[in-house]
Design a protein around this ligand. Structure first.
Ligand SMILES: NC(=O)c1ccc[n+]([C@@H]2O[C@H](COP(=O)([O-])OP(=O)(O)OC[C@H]3O[C@@H](n4cnc5c(N)ncnc54)[C@H](OP(=O)(O)O)[C@@H]3O)[C@@H](O)[C@H]2O)c1
Length: 332
């Protein structure tokens, strides 16, 4: 496993981070077997993954609680990132949320504490003031933001440095390349990429877009007229997505490599990306995902993947909100 420094912090995190949202089960993911979840977390450690991503919002603490149980007695093996939800960004709420997360995680420190989404109704100064107090008290080791575009990131950096910005990024969704990645590079802010397999779609497990269940067809790739769980209300980009998927499948087949690993390895070569947050629900999945860190893609393959996804890159433009558009866009 390769390890990379996170921002200006002293944390050396694995290039593959294990995403723990699905471990909470729920509407999007369906039932999750707890033993498989704990097995996946411990297998992750065995294969060199030291970075784990969760949030208070994932199953109202359920995902954090599974990490707490899995890492009891082996806390030093895990660098744990969790996130405070936007409705808890008033200083007193933030402190209470942090204490709750510590309790679910059965630990006395959080390695990386993220603001999950910006809350524009509460001045960043107030939220960050409390964050920095929590850091001084040793309850947090590093501060991160998530879903912060250039405007919000710029405003945040005037208050305090953040070591990492967590954003949606995958072969089928590349808006952060335009403005956000350059802004992160210019300020020593690492990028942690979420949904690197677009909720599992980039594993190749769905033969056509029609085979993707509605719970996983909520992003701007899908038309709101056909997909009831989308929120953008627009036409989607199904044609470009289907064409890109066909070509990605061909490229992976020609190379004899699994699409999931290729999707992760492609991200690991992109500028500013320190770690790729790959969701996994079983020991087999995390083993396969961790192996992507050692996969060398040829330059020709990377070029072919870039070309295959260029029409989608143009179609989505600079809006880095994978779900919403226009005045409802939550990333600015
Ligand atoms: N900051 C944010 O706003 C935000 C938003 C979304 C996600 N995240 C974070 O990012 C993480 C990853 O994102 P994501 O869960 O949306 O999507 P993802 O990593 O693109 O996809 C994960 C899903 O794909 C399937 N999968 C994983 N590895 C596989 C493999 N090797 N072979 C076959 N299938 C495999 C699993 O589901 P099945 O087995 O059920 O198919 C898994 O739950 C989350 O867990 C969370 O920590 C953050």
């Amino acid at each position: 496993m390769e390890y990379r420094k996170l921002g200006r912090s002293d944390l050396e995190v694995s290039a593959i981070c294990m995403g723990c949202w699905a471990l909470a089960g729920g509407t999007v993911w369906g039932d999750q077997d707890e033993q498989a979840a704990i097995g996946a977390l411990r297998t992750a450690v065995d294969v060199g993954v030291n970075f784990f991503d969760t949030a208070e919002g994932y199953g109202a603490g359920a995902s954090e609680a599974i990490l707490g149980r899995a890492f009891k007695g082996m806390r030093d093996k895990a660098i744990i990132a969790t996130k405070v939800s936007p409705n808890n960004m008033h200083p007193a709420d933030l402190r209470a949320a942090c204490e709750r997360s510590l309790s679910y995680l059965q630990t006395d420190y959080i390695d990386v504490y993220y603001l999950h989404w910006p809350n524009w109704d509460i001045p960043f100064e107030e939220t960050m003031g409390e964050m920095l107090k929590l850091k001084e008290e040793g309850k947090i080791r590093a501060v991160g933001c998530s879903n912060f575009g250039v405007k919000d990131l710029g405003a945040m950096l005037e208050i305090s440095h953040v070591d990492v910005n967590q954003l949606a990024y995958n072969l089928l969704f590349r808006p952060i390349e335009y403005e956000i990645v350059p802004a992160c590079l210019a300020s020593d802010v690492s990028v942690a990429t979420y949904s690197p397999m677009l909720h599992g779609i980039l594993t190749g497990k769905f033969a056509t877009l029609d085979d993707i269940p509605d719970e996983r067809a909520r992003t701007r790739h899908f038309s709101s007229a056909r997909r009831p769980m989308t929120r953008h209300g627009g036409p989607g980009a199904e044609q470009e997505t289907a064409q890109a998927m066909t070509r990605i499948r061909e490229i992976c087949d020609e190379a004899g490599l699994p699409m999931a690993q290729v999707s992760l390895a492609w991200l690991l070569r992109r500028p500013a990306v320190a770690t790729v947050i790959a969701g996994a629900r079983s020991p087999e999945q995390i083993k396969s995902n961790a192996a992507a860190a050692a996969l060398e893609l040829t330059d020709d393959m990377v070029t072919a993947l870039n070309e295959a996804t260029e029409p989608l890159r143009v179609a989505f433009g600079t809006n880095a909100d994978m779900w919403d558009t226009g005045e409802n866009c939550r990333i600015r």
